[in-house]
Write a protein that binds this ligand. Structure first.
Ligand code: GAR
Length: 202
């Protein structure tokens, strides 16, 4: 099934770019139909617009609470025909108001090996903690902070002379492969959530 992706992005948008590139390369059976950002200046919006993909800025300030903001986001995405929501560097927690509208269809990428180092600055947390390995995780989103069932993970070493930036760069390369790969599994209908575990069907 071709995924109709709605991406939520707050910043640079390199994961969004990797997804669009994988689609162009025939490695991901999907179409990005809309990008929504909470930040007007997010370069992710420009990346989408330059491909003719509608990119909408929705300012959180204009909504009384997280639920009403997420309801507005979900309305926009549903009107555009989105069936899969991708959090591509989205720096807000999503609430049940959005999750309930796309059950089992919201995916996030996180720059650490969850459940280690959830929340902000996963790469910096890893360097400061002193782990020898870190990486990235693609998971289904639930209403916790980076707690949903894990789809795929990739591991990278942490070197003694790593800074947050050098580690983040090493992780980012893996992110750009991992997110499209997880989405392709979803497109092939090969993911089954069983409690906390995600089974990958042959
Ligand atoms: C990525 O490293 C992503 O894993 C991280 O933000 C970066 C966004 O980069 N996401 C989080 O930390 C979510 N908690 P991008 O805008 O270039 O895709």
């Amino acid at each position: 099934m071709t995924l109709h992706i709605g991406a939520l992005a707050s910043g640079r948008g390199s994961n969004l770019q990797a997804i669009m590139d994988a689609i162009d390369a025939g490695k991901l059976q999907a179409k990005v139909v809309m990008v929504v950002s909470d930040r007007q200046d997010a370069p992710a919006m420009e990346r989408a617009a330059s491909r003719g993909i509608p990119a909408v800025h929705l300012p959180p300030k204009e909504y009384p609470d997280r639920q009403s903001y997420d309801r507005a986001v979900a309305d926009l995405l549903q009107q555009a025909g989105v069936d899969t929501v991708v959090l591509a560097g989205y720096m807000r927690l999503v609430s049940a108001a959005l999750l309930a509208r796309f059950p089992g269809r919201v995916l996030n990428i996180h720059p650490a090996l969850l459940p280690a180092f959830p929340g902000l600055d996963g790469q910096d947390q890893a360097v400061k903690y002193g782990v020898r390995y870190s990486g990235c995780t693609v998971h289904f989103v639930d209403d916790g902070l980076d707690t949903g069932p894990i789809i795929l993970q990739a591991v990278v070493p942490v070197y003694q002379d790593d800074t947050t930036e050098t580690l983040a760069g090493r992780i980012l390369k893996e992110e750009h492969k991992l997110f499209p790969a997880a989405l392709q599994l979803l497109a092939e209908n090969r993911l089954e959530i069983k409690g906390r575990r995600v089974l990958i069907k042959d």
